[in-house]
Design a protein around this ligand. Structure first.
Ligand code: AVJ
Ligand code: FE
Length: 445
C-alpha cells in the first residue's frame, strides 16, 4: 500500500529529488552547451529553458511557498512562466546562459534540501505527506521527459545511449482480454503524491468490454498503412483527415520508406522498424483511424483505468496492474533505462489480474476521452497544472512510457495532449464493447 509514514516519505522525497537531478544533468550535459540554447524544433523549448524552469518551479514551491523565503531572482520569473511565452518564442528570450542556469538550479536545490530536512510532513495541504516535494520531483521528471523528446527531435549524432530491454519469449496469449462489467473505483484520495487531476476517488459503472492484451505493434500498424490506411478518408475523424491531407502523412513520425523497407530514426540512429514493438509517435487521430480500420475503437479513459487497476478477486482498485507494490525493472519499462519500448507481450511480471500486459511503461496510450475533471475536482496547488487545460482541446494518455520516471507514473496518473501531437512517446491499444456471453479473440497480438 502507499506509504503514509512521514519519515519514509521524507526519504522517498529526497531520493526522488536526487534521481530527477541526476537525469536532468545527464540530459543537459550529453551535448555541447551550444546545443542547449539551440532550438531543435518549434514544438520544443531550448533545453536550457527547461533546465532553468525546473529550478524556478522548485524555487517557487519549495523555497517560497513552503519555506516562505524571498524570491532569489524575481526578474527571471516571467521568462520561465510557461504561460507567458509559447515554446517557439523561448529561444529569443534573454534566458540564463547554460552555466548560469546550472548554477541557479543547483543553488535552489541546495536550499531546497535544507527545507526538506526541516519541514514537518504534516500541518498544511502543501506539506502533508511531503506533497510539494513529491510534486516538484514529478515536475522535474516531466520536464526530463520533455527534454528527451527534444533529444529525439534533434538531428545529428547520437547523444544518448542505453541498453535494449531484456529479450522475452514471443507472446502467444490471447489477443484481447474481457473486463467484466460493473462498478470500480477510479482515481484516488489516498495516494500521497497523486496530482489534483487524479482526485478524488469515485465510483464508475463500466459496461463489459474487451481490451487488447498488449499495445498495438508496428507490424499491425504497417498492415493498416499497407491497406491504404492513410489514403482513405473513411476511417478518419474529419479533423484527422484534414491533418493527413495538409501534411501529406503516410506513416508515424520518424518513419521513412527506403528500398521497400520501413526505417525509423531513433535518438540519432536509423534502423529497420521492428514489427514486434509497440507503435510509437502516432497522433490521437492516427490511433483513432487505426482502431476504426481494425473494426474496434480506442478504450475510454475509465475502461483503461479499470483494466489497469481493477482486481476482480478482491473487488478493489490497486495502485498498479500488478498490485500495490512500487514498479521494478521486472514489472515495467520506465525511467529511461531503455530508449525504446520492449516487444509487445513483455513484462509478464507486470500484467494485471485479468492478464493485460504493458499498461504501465513502454508507450503512453491514447484513450478516446477528452481531458476533463473528475466529479469533486479541486485545483491544487495551482490552476495552471490541470484546471486551465480541461475542456475539449486535449485527449488523455495513460500508463506512461519508457521515458517516464516511476515517481510520475501510477495507475491513476493522467497525461494529456492535443490530438495532432506525434513527437510524444505515444502509442495505443484498442477495445470493443462486449455482450454478456462473448468470448475473447484467440491468437497473439
Ligand atoms: C502533464 C505533461 C501535459 O509538460 O505540459 C510540466 C506537465 N506541467 N510543467 C506538460 C507539466 C507543468 C505537463 N503534462
Ligand atoms: Fe513546467
Amino acid at each position: 500500500p502507499e506509504t503514509t509514514d512521514p519519515e519514509a516519505l521524507r526519504e522517498r522525497a529526497l531520493a526522488a529529488l536526487l534521481a530527477a537531478r541526476e537525469r536532468t544533468t545527464l540530459l543537459t550535459s550529453c551535448v555541447e552547451d551550444t546545443e542547449l540554447t539551440a532550438q531543435h524544433s518549434p514544438l520544443m523549448s531550448p533545453l536550457v529553458w527547461d533546465l532553468a524552469h525546473i529550478g524556478n518551479q522548485e524555487e517557487q514551491w519549495l523555497l517560497r511557498a513552503v519555506a516562505g523565503r524571498e524570491a532569489m531572482r524575481p526578474e527571471i520569473d516571467p521568462l520561465y512562466d510557461a504561460f507567458e511565452h509559447p515554446r517557439a518564442e523561448r529561444p529569443s528570450l534573454p534566458l540564463l546562459a547554460p552555466a548560469e542556469a546550472r548554477g541557479y538550479a543547483a543553488e535552489v536545490r541546495g536550499r531546497a534540501l535544507d527545507v526538506l530536512e526541516r519541514t514537518p510532513f504534516r500541518g498544511t495541504p502543501l506539506t502533508d505527506a511531503g506533497f510539494a516535494f513529491g510534486m516538484i520531483a514529478q515536475h522535474e521528471q516531466q520536464h526530463d521527459e520533455t527534454m528527451l523528446i527534444t533529444h529525439q527531435l534533434r538531428s545529428g549524432q547520437t547523444a544518448l545511449t542505453a541498453p535494449d530491454p531484456p529479450s522475452c519469449e514471443p507472446f502467444t496469449g490471447p489477443a484481447e482480454v474481457l473486463v467484466p462489467g460493473g462498478p470500480f473505483t477510479m482515481g484516488t484520495s489516498t495516494e500521497p503524491w497523486a496530482l489534483d487531476n487524479e482526485r478524488p476517488a469515485h465510483h464508475r459503472l463500466v459496461p463489459p468490454f474487451f481490451i487488447d492484451t498488449t499495445p498495438v505493434t508496428n507490424g499491425a500498424y504497417r498492415r493498416f498503412i499497407e491497406d491504404g490506411g492513410y489514403e482513405r478518408m473513411h476511417w478518419w475523424d474529419p479533423a484527422g483527415w484534414a491533418m493527413v491531407r495538409r501534411h501529406n502523412l503516410c506513416a508515424p513520425l520518424f518513419w521513412r520508406r527506403e528500398g521497400g523497407q520501413w526505417l525509423r530514426r531513433r535518438f540519432g540512429t536509423v534502423e529497420p522498424v521492428p514489427d514486434d514493438e509497440p507503435v510509437l509517435h502516432v497522433s490521437w487521430y492516427e490511433a483513432d483511424a487505426y482502431a476504426r480500420w481494425a473494426g474496434r475503437r480506442l478504450p475510454s479513459e475509465e475502461e483503461w483505468e479499470k483494466a489497469a487497476r481493477y482486481d476482480p478477486v478482491t473487488d478493489r482498485s490497486t495502485r498498479y496492474p500488478w498490485g500495490d507494490a512500487d514498479p521494478t525493472p521486472e514489472r515495467a519499462n520506465l525511467g529511461q533505462r531503455h530508449l525504446r519500448p520492449a516487444p509487445a507481450g513483455s513484462y509478464p511480471a507486470g500484467e494485471s489480474p485479468l492478464g493485460v500486459r504493458q499498461l504501465i511503461g513502454d508507450v503512453w496510450e491514447w484513450t478516446s476521452g477528452d481531458f476533463l475533471p473528475y466529479p469533486g475536482f479541486a485545483a491544487f496547488p495551482y490552476r495552471e497544472y490541470s484546471d486551465v487545460f480541461f475542456g475539449g482541446d486535449y485527449k488523455v494518455l495513460r500508463g506512461g512510457a519508457f521515458s517516464v520516471d516511476e515517481v510520475a507514473c501510477r495507475g491513476t496518473f493522467r497525461n494529456w495532449d492535443h490530438p495532432v501531437r506525434r513527437q510524444i512517446f505515444a502509442g495505443f491499444r484498442t477495445a470493443r464493447d462486449a455482450g454478456p456471453t462473448e468470448t475473447p479473440l484467440p491468437g497473439s497480438a
